[in-house]
Design a protein around this ligand. Structure first.
Ligand code: BLA
Length: 513
């Protein structure tokens, strides 16, 4: 039921994923006092030498040198930082590691991931040619779809994972797979939609601040960090950690999807989470830190291109609508009444917001253009609009019958409504309509069953859906959405009308003096 579903989803949203107290076992973590480099916390899989209470210089001198160098160079820097590789004598022999370190309050958190000695020297040599080729390729992209496909292909190549998806969030935080690159091992998810509850709100917020995460083996056993709290008595904040153990609900989700390894990179546009690059492998697989960082840089370059293109398209649209707006302003100024100025130029009125019908409605008159509901239906809509408490200057909806159920009767002609009020006193509106566009949405599994209760009736444990088989939904009663430039054009027209009406009133007053 709806209520049960809401309850479950809030429980998902409340899971404190940044203070889980454990790491994944493909590396180890040390919490160090930033001044003395005393080890104050360690994951249970840390080398025996790195015991809590010892000073890092005594325990692992080569690592201490790296950390001191980092602290001197990046004292004020926030967030996870890739440092370099280090080879340590761990008792069971020499082992090469990639090191990441970041500050959390008075601590330095240092994380080490084992790598092959042969891979220990990969540095800028790997990154630079790749980035150069990628940037060159981006220039050849003609559409946003091209951009998305290119980044998916490159990230799949760098990581060697079976499948890479470009996943975009919509206004309700549901998401759609826009592009995909794969080797055929995993099924295609191209064009599929996934519900917002698959990535709950605190995870999205964390992914905005920390752009990359990896789960090399969904069958892992978490390794506890000991002691459980920092010297200040709080659990260690793992927000910027690269080894953080992830939510058990999500690990179950991955197993249900048939994917034992995943990596995802946040796509940020203007500081907001636009989407993710989500990668999977059927079998467990690791991606070195160096390669993950390359993916992050690549993704941020992609995001800049994306935002430049989206802005370009929007300003082109604004320019085109501005020309229509200027013509309408001229027509309205020429006529005795602004209404005539509009009615005599129906094509421009409709083009201003890309509508198929429009109406100018006052208390006693209703004039129609193009494909509209009937006059009687518009009267009903008019009464509803003028009775609204929050009588705003602009009302925008792409699913009118959700706000005004009587609109279901004329959904075919007007599922989309853009209304501007041109006089509060005399309740007058310009209305624009868009027809219903029936769509079939293909979901990756039934979104109504996205969260399942515990089969044993346990109260705390929630489960993700088991099946990701395509689930088709027919969406009715919706038009194509009104874009920002279109809504702005309608607002601008409103301002022009108010200006003209005001000037006329002043002229009349002057004449009667
Ligand atoms: C995390 N969910 C995630 C992540 C992704 C998804 C990408 C980030 C972790 C990762 O990179 O693997 C979801 N993966 C997807 C989606 C696609 C994909 C949508 O490939 C589509 C192509 N998940 C549930 C339910 C809950 C839930 C019901 O299905 C909650 C009860 C929670 N998902 C959940 C949590 C995280 C998560 C808590 C955060 C994991 C973490 O970082 O600790």
């Amino acid at each position: 039921s709806g209520a049960a579903q809401r309850l479950d989803v809030t429980a998902c949203d409340r899971e404190p994923i940044h203070i889980v107290g454990s790491v994944q076992p493909h590396g180890f973590l040390l919490g160090l006092d930033a001044r003395s480099l005393a080890i104050v916390q360690a994951s249970a899989n840390a080398p025996a030498a790195a015991a809590v209470g010892t000073i890092l210089d005594a325990a692992l001198p080569d690592l201490a040198a790296v950390v001191r160098h980092h602290l001197a160079a990046a004292e004020t820097q926030d967030g996870a930082l890739y440092l370099r590789t280090v080879t340590l004598e761990t008792g069971s022999g020499r082992q090469a590691y990639e090191v990441a370190a970041h500050r959390v309050d008075d601590l330095v958190v240092v994380e080490l991931e084992e790598i092959d000695a042969a891979a220990a020297d990969i540095g800028v040599d790997l990154l630079t040619p790749r980035l150069r080729a990628f940037v060159e390729r981006l220039h050849t992209a003609r559409t946003v779809e091209d951009l998305c496909r290119f980044v998916a292909e490159d990230i799949r190549q760098i990581t060697g994972l079976d499948r890479a998806l470009v996943y975009r969030f919509d206004r309700d935080w549901h998401g759609t797979v826009l592009a995909e690159a794969g080797n055929g091992v995993l099924p295609s998810y191209l064009d599929l939609r996934f519900p917002a509850s698959d990535i709950p709100v605190q995870a999205r917020e964390l992914y905005r601040r920390n752009r990359l995460r990896i789960i090399p083996d969904a069958g892992y056993v978490p390794v506890p960090i000991r002691p459980a709290t920092t010297p200040s008595g709080r659990p260690l904040d793992l927000s910027q950690s690269v080894l953080r153990s992830v939510s058990p609900v999500h690990v179950e989700y991955m197993r249900n999807m048939g994917t034992m390894a995943s990596m995802s990179v946040s796509i940020l546009v203007d500081g907001a989470l636009w989407g993710l690059i989500s990668c999977h492998n059927r079998a467990p697989k690791r991606v070195p830190l160096q390669a993950r960082n390359a993916c992050d840089v690549l993704t941020q370059i992609f995001a800049l291109q994306l935002s430049a293109r989206e802005r370009g398209a929007q300003s082109e649209r604004r320019l085109a609508l501005g020309a229509v707006q200027a013509r309408l302003l001229g027509f309205m100024a020429e006529e005795d009444s602004f209404v005539d100025g509009l009615l005599n130029h129906p094509d421009d009125v409709l083009a201003l917001v890309d509508a198929t019908g429009a109406a100018v409605v006052t208390a006693d008159r209703c004039r129609l253009l193009g494909a509209t509901p009937t006059e009687r239906e518009i009267r009903g809509l008019y009464r509803w609009l003028s009775a609204r408490e929050e009588a705003e200057e602009v009302f925008v909806s792409e699913a009118l019958s959700e706000a005004f159920p009587a609109a279901a009767a004329f959904a075919g002609r007007a599922s989309g409504l853009l209304a501007v009020s041109v006089s509060k006193k005399y309740a007058s509106y310009i209305l624009w309509f868009r027809p219903e566009v029936v769509r079939t949405v293909k979901w990756g599994g039934n979104p109504v069953k996205a969260v399942e209760p515990d089969p044993d009736g346990g109260p705390d444990r929630l489960h993700p859906r088991k099946s990701f088989e395509i689930w088709k939904e027919t969406v009715k009663g919706r038009s194509l959405p009104w874009s920002d430039p279109e809504v702005e054009a309608a607002k601008d027209l409103r301002a022009s009308v108010l200006g003209i009406v005001l000037r006329r009133a002043e002229e009349l007053a002057a004449m009667s003096e």
